[in-house]
Design a binder for this molecule. Structure first.
Ligand code: SF4
Ligand code: SF4
Length: 115
């Protein structure tokens, strides 16, 4: 499953540069599929919505750093464990029960982001 950041986040910024998918954003910052990935043109989100990879999407959180479920692969294909959770000083990067995914699904997501 994807990882999420809870409201315990102290906005230290340590996790953001560690994400291999550029799935982590500062609160209030718009996110794009194309940021830190090789995706160009059309992209189908987890809910089936078709968007352009360069579309600026509304921030998921304004007050704390946040993770985009459509870009988080739980670090599958890159690292042994979620890097955000490994570096977070307050342990606020936790599994997101809203996005339960198998390792195979996470690897497919990774392959969609880095073609
Ligand atoms: S688990 Fe990995 S891919 Fe997901 S947000 Fe954290 S660092 Fe990024
Ligand atoms: S490392 Fe943890 S506390 Fe720091 S910005 Fe990321 S989620 Fe927030």
């Amino acid at each position: 499953m994807a990882i999420k950041i809870t409201e315990e986040c102290i906005n230290c910024g340590a996790c953001e540069p560690e994400c291999p998918n550029n799935a982590i954003y500062e609160g209030g910052v718009e996110w794009r599929v194309a940021d830190g990935t090789t995706v160009k043109g059309s992209f189908v989100l987890l809910d089936g919505t078709l968007i352009d990879a360069d579309t600026a999407n509304a921030p998921i959180s304004v007050d704390t750093y946040y993770i985009v479920p459509n870009k988080c692969t739980e670090c599958q294909g890159f690292h042994e464990e979620p890097q955000c959770a490994a570096v977070c000083p307050v342990d606020c990067c936790v599994p997101d029960e809203m996005y339960v995914e198998t390792v195979e699904q996470l690897m497919q997501k990774k392959e969609k982001l880095h073609v």
